[in-house]
Design a protein around this ligand. Structure first.
Ligand code: GAP
Length: 434
């Protein structure tokens, strides 16, 4: 099954409307992807689950939504202008560009064996211009991380919410990096979405809070149903740390292309608040009015990727099962993540009374549960379609339903079927989905 798993997932994503190649009718923009009707539902469900777990279920984390465009001085102070580089090398023959860290035999092109140029630093930030005049003064960057939007609002949060340490800010949003070697479908792209928490703590508590967040974040992935064997923690060595971090542990997923990072949980120390204080001239220290001391809090940062998590969830949920002589493809997504919860299907689409009843049931369910109605094929085909997008329950309306006022509910994972009265259907499903 793991053979060609990635190809199978990519193909299912296109076939069923999860993820499409961007601008496909023009030949596609390389390594850029659009989320279709089921993809956007899965992504929104994932973000909702993250927000619930880090904002609503806690008392000490507040949500934010900062702008993508920020004052250019932010990126000087944050160290991104100076340090956010990858080393790149170009092949003199085939002209392909490589990230030096990815090339094992550093002297030769991995594609054609040609001679490589000297390694040169390449800043990963996308630069553009604001306003009508394109000069140095109008230069602006697309943010490469959402984090800075939270650091520069630290004072606003202190002044408006008066929180006590430890407290955090949480934000979901787009980030952009001009990656030298994007690839592996949505795993590494130039436009992606991050889910980041900046958790401000007393410096002496930083090590303990880092461990707490690593555990909390690891458990979040487990609770979403990702197989434990496919998750691991990778503490960074000194040479792997970003310019701002003192310690970091990655949560990695066992993708078909190897173990790779889903999320990093870092101790950013007081680097960012100090840097922005110095560069802006505003004092970003915290005043503890019990101890009567003023200091820069340390920051613990759990930073995950929405697109990577969606990809891991799709890969992990993909199942092929032999049913009689058929192959059943089913996405066994967690109930909170499945894009569609219920599909209502008439068994005979040429019987108007059945179609009408099925549509009425769907209309009623739609008010509280994400429900679709489908009568575009024979029942076997409709089941297969719903299995492939991970729909949790198929409700079938048949001739008997007209008489006994019951429908058949089919469970996605077990394919077991049971009769449920139409009057009780909404309660029945709401209970299952709670
Ligand atoms: N603020 C810290 C930060 O940005 P990072 O490890 O560079 O740390 C955090 O990025 C997360 O963002 C990664 O764990 C990954 O999930 C996601 N991410 C980073 N670069 C990405 C890319 N090019 N494509 C997709 N996701 C990416």
């Amino acid at each position: 099954m793991s053979e060609n798993l990635m190809d199978k997932v990519v193909s299912l994503c296109k076939r069923r409307g999860f993820i499409f190649h961007s601008s496909e009718i023009y030949g596609g923009l390389s390594n850029t992807w659009d989320y279709g009707p089921y993809g956007v539902e899965l992504k929104n469900n994932l973000k909702r689950s993250w927000w619930k777990s880090v904002v609503y279920e806690r008392d000490d984390v507040f949500g934010m939504d900062a702008a993508i465009l920020m004052h250019p001085k932010v990126w000087e102070a944050s160290g991104h202008v100076e340090n956010f580089f990858d080393l790149k090398s170009d092949c003199k023959s085939c002209k392909k560009r490589f990230k030096v860290a990815d090339i094992k035999e550093r002297k030769k092109c991995p594609e054609c064996g040609g001679e490589l140029t000297e390694a040169r630093p390449f800043n990963l930030m996308f630069k553009t211009h604001q306003g009508a005049v394109e000069d140095a003064a109008s230069s602006i960057y697309l943010r490469p991380e959402t984090a800075q939007g939270m650091f520069v609002n630290f004072l606003n949060i202190l002044d408006s919410k008066h929180p006590k340490l430890p407290f955090g800010l949480a934000q979901i949003g787009k980030a952009f990096r001009n990656e030298i070697t994007p690839g592996n479908f949505t795993f590494r792209t130039r436009e992606f979405e991050q889910m980041e928490i900046e958790y401000f703590v007393r410096p002496e508590e930083a090590d303990e809070k880092l461990e707490e967040w690593i555990e909390a974040r690891f458990n979040w992935y487990l609770n979403l149903g990702i197989r434990k064997d496919n998750l691991r923690q990778h503490p960074h060595g000194k040479d792997e740390l970003a310019h701002y971090a003192k310690a970091c542990t990655d949560i990695e997923y066992n993708f078909p292309f190897g173990w790779s990072e889903l999320e990093g949980i870092a101790n950013r120390t007081d680097f960012d608040l100090r840097q922005h204080s110095q560069a802006s001239g505003k004092d970003l220290q915290y005043f503890d009015n019990v101890a009567k001391e003023r200091f820069y809090p340390y920051i613990i940062e759990p930073s995950g990727g929405v697109d990577r998590s969606v990809l891991a969830l799709l890969v992990d949920a993909y199942n092929e099962e032999k049913v009689k002589d058929d192959l059943r493809v089913v996405l066994k997504l967690h109930k909170d993540l499945a894009p569609v919860k219920v599909a209502v299907l008439p068994l005979l689409r040429n019987r108007p009374e059945i179609v009408e009843l099925a549509k009425k049931i769907a209309r009623n369910l739609k008010k509280s549960v994400v429900t679709v109605y489908d009568d575009t094929g024979a029942i076997g085909k409709l089941y297969r379609r719903q299995d492939e997008v991970g729909t949790l329950y198929c409700v079938t309306v048949d001739v008997q339903s007209l008489e006994d006022k019951q429908v058949t509910v089919r469970h996605r994972d077990t394919m077991q079927q049971e009769r449920v009265s139409i009057d009780n259907l909404k309660n029945y499903l709401e209970e299952k989905l709670a």
